[in-house]
Design a protein around this ligand. Sequence first.
Ligand SMILES: [Zn+2]
Length: 300
Amino acid sequence: MNKWLTTPNRYGTIVVILLMEVMMDIVFLGILGYQPWRHKHTSCIMIPEYGIVLDAGTGFHLVREHIKSSRLDIFLSHLHDDHICGSLYQLGVLYKKGVRRVALYGRRGIEAFFCKRQFAYPRFPVDIPSHEKILNATFGFYPVFQEQSQWTMAQSGLRYIVSAFRLPHPSGGSLAYDFLVGGKRIAYVTDTTLDIHNKRVRRFARALQKGQKLDLLIAECNFANRHEALARFTGHTFPDVLVEFLKEVQPQQAVLTHLHPHSDEFGSDFFGEDRIAFQEVQNGYGKQVSLARQEMMLAL
Ligand SMILES: [Zn+2]
């Protein structure tokens, strides 16, 4: 069933959009934080039908197998390597795949960062103009300036709306994204201490409480409660604060990602010594919480 949706945009006007309910898959191409491990990769999640990519860690190389659109919109949370190193794999991922437009969204300064530091000597030998020539595609870099901004994207007749929120992180902020896509609402948040007592986190939670019910929250929870101090120091989440956040926001389901390599049947914290997250969070929240698995496909 299609849905008419009214939503305020950043200028305070109301946009009315027909959001088609299209069955879509969410593919978890990278589920680890910090380091890859054998067949598991660092942060990258994709919604192929819409060309949406969330973060570009080592899992980004698997995007190639799932491309279904002529445009890729890559939403970066922040610029730590486990979330962006895969952005250097564009030639391998996109060569002869028919992608004509690549858009990268991220923090202020994103264009200079990628054009002058990532795709430049000594980091990488092929610059962005050469990528465009080889791939017959254009690249665009878009800073998300505002604390909360919203925009509408169109892809081969399919439209979706995305809002971005800047949350605390020692690197200068981590962007969380809230999508209205295919009739569903999906939010992605990683590498921040998701503490509802923080002003920005509370504002994010309030925004998620408004409007359409949140179908899926994809969230990082990389540390055990006993490592709270380190979690806060490095800008990560631990079960106690995540449970509080979930109780506020009430998503239909939550998937934990940015895991330790040994997280399989159970969650494991950053040091691999504590079994955490999954059961602790599920018990605290009382609704469906699961762990992301490498190359897991979630149908929504
Ligand atoms: Zn990370």
